[in-house]
Design a protein around this ligand. Structure first.
Ligand SMILES: CC(C)(COP(=O)(O)OP(=O)(O)OC[C@H]1O[C@@H](n2cnc3c(N)ncnc32)[C@H](O)[C@@H]1OP(=O)(O)O)[C@@H](O)C(=O)NCCC(=O)NCCS
Length: 314
């Protein structure tokens, strides 16, 4: 991995693999961040101590990899202006950490992330996960353009765990398929019963859907969506899809995956799909989803023990 970009003023930016000897440059990068950036990067009010950064720079020894962006100016010391790392996770994905010096922002974040994603894909890492502060609009915007899905909000308050794929427009389901998988399509990726469904045994992923600025939704491009084909049940909670185009796409592209519709308060609609009513008790919602998982649309109730999520090949 090595990318070079010629910059104005005879400067040159190089993105290359991180090495242990990059630790001092990374310490200087973190020391130059403002308080807010330190917090968004490390969820702490202080930059990490040197020994911690030395460990960060040794990600390769833990089976991961890191990249650094270095600017070379004739007659001056090279300056490390960005770092991004991918630490191996038990579910097979990589954990992302990324920092760009303020003076290098505006394009380096996306450039570095693209390089990291490309390298991760080449190494067979299917997805990149990150804990992001819900107020970190720069980072969320960066990830949204790469088709993020929300894994949960159950960590520290104000932090969302997200995943992006390293190939294709959307991520794949992480980890083994040992629990029924519930995909919720909802703007912003925040669903009221996410934690309850997780507690009830579902693996839950929330997709912000095709609306807004991200238009990479495979289903709306006429292609099966790996998140839907890998799901055991889908909740469509996209209130501003007036054409119902996504639901129609699901019927056409994913006819065997049960879809349940959640309408906003005050809206009534006849739908062929079962509905979650506004204000409906979470336990009733979970009960409905559990029934749908074991009873695909149009099909007879399966024998006990033949739940779809136990099938292989997905
Ligand atoms: C997050 C970070 C790596 C992004 O890199 P960057 O070079 O700043 O990226 P960009 O300038 O392309 O900005 C990313 C997006 O945020 C938007 N943005 C820029 N400034 C913004 C602001 N003040 N408020 C909201 N959005 C903003 C950009 O328009 C861009 O959106 P777009 O992709 O829709 O055009 C960088 O800002 C950073 O190092 N932040 C501090 C550390 C951090 O938060 N790391 C992530 C921890 S998970």
């Amino acid at each position: 991995m090595c990318r070079r970009v010629e910059l104005p003023g005879h400067r040159r930016l190089t993105v290359r693999f991180m090495r242990p000897s990059d630790a001092p440059g990374m310490v200087a990068l973190f020391a130059g961040l403002g308080d807010e950036d330190v917090y968004t990067r490390f969820f702490s009010h202080h930059p990490p101590p040197e020994h911690f950064v030395e460990q960060m720079a040794r990600t390769q020894e833990r089976g991961g990899f890191g990249l650094v962006a270095v600017v070379e100016v004739p007659g001056a010391e090279p300056q490390l202006v960005g770092e991004a790392s991918c630490e191996p996770l038990p579910d097979g994905n990589g954990e992302l950490g990324i920092t760009v010096a303020r003076r290098a922002r505006g394009w380096l974040g996306p450039f570095l992330l693209d390089a990291l994603v490309e390298e991760a894909a080449a190494r067979g890492v299917p997805g990149i996960e990150a804990d992001v502060l819900v107020t970190n609009r720069r980072m969320l915007s960066l990830l949204r353009h790469r088709g993020l899905a929300v894994l949960g909000h159950s960590g520290a308050p104000g932090i969302v765990r997200v995943v992006i794929g390293t190939s294709g427009r959307v991520p794949r389901w992480p980890g083994p398929h040992d629990r029924p998988r519930l995909l919720v399509e909802i703007p912003g990726g925040r669903w009221h019963a996410h934690e309850e469904a997780t507690a009830a045994g579902f693996q839950v992923l929330a997709c912000p859907g095709p609306l807004g600025r991200w238009s990479g939704c495979p289903a709306l491009h006429g292609e099966p969506c790996p998140l839907v084909t890998g799901a055991d049940v889908v909740v469509d909670a996209l209130p501003d899809d007036p054409e119902r185009s996504l639901r129609a796409a699901h019927r056409h592209l994913h006819p065997t995956v049960p879809v349940c519709v959640q309408l906003p308060a005050g809206r009534e609609e006849d739908t062929p799909e079962p509905q979650i009513r506004a204000g409906q008790d979470d336990a009733a919602v979970i009960g409905l989803l559990q029934r749908l998982v074991t009873m695909p649309p149009g099909g007879p109730p399966p024998d006990p023990g033949s739940a779809r999520h136990r099938s292989t090949g997905r």
